[in-house]
Design a protein around this ligand. Structure first.
Ligand SMILES: [Zn+2]
Ligand SMILES: [Zn+2]
Length: 159
């Protein structure tokens, strides 16, 4: 795996909205729910859960679309309408960024997959943990731990 040097930059389809990430994500995931299938117009969505203080919009002003409250808000490029990131109400410390937008492709590798109960039958991805729904709080804390260890291992292999 290539060494990731932060900050990593990213952009929407048209390039008018630019984002940057200053620190590694805390977890990466794929979600197979029907909502994500529709939002992505594809088989599943990809997420890099990032600390809010490590993520910023460098250029442009995102607009809300998709689900617009009260439980969560989806944010898009105002011009090309690319789905950029999600903010969950009450989880202000984190932001769920669509990691395929980043220049660093390895950030998109999903560590876990969620909502496999709604997965399209032909889909198979190399996630290390699968959940028919979403992980509960205990599982979630352990996943953060496990994921950060995989990041450490990558670091030491790099040298
Ligand atoms: Zn755009
Ligand atoms: Zn979903």
């Amino acid at each position: 795996m290539d060494k990731i040097s932060y900050p990593v930059k990213g952009s929407c389809r048209c390039g008018k909205l630019e984002i940057a990430l200053a620190a590694p994500p805390v977890l990466t995931a794929a979600c197979h729910c029907r909502g994500c299938q529709k939002m992505s117009s594809s088989a599943f969505s990809l997420t890099a859960m990032c600390k809010s203080d490590s993520f910023r919009v460098v250029r442009g002003t995102p607009v809300k679309g998709g689900v617009q409250g009260p439980e969560l808000d989806h944010f898009f490029c105002p011009d090309c309408k690319t789905w950029m990131f999600t903010r969950i109400t009450g989880m202000d410390d984190f932001v769920n960024v669509r990691p395929t937008l980043f220049d660093q492709k390895s950030l998109a590798t999903p560590f876990i997959e969620t909502m496999t109960s709604e997965k399209l039958p032909w889909v198979s991805i190399p996630a290390q943990h699968s959940f028919t729904g979403f992980p509960d709080v205990d599982d979630f804390m352990k996943l953060l731990d496990d994921f950060s260890q995989t990041q450490d291992q990558q670091g030491s292999r790099r040298g």
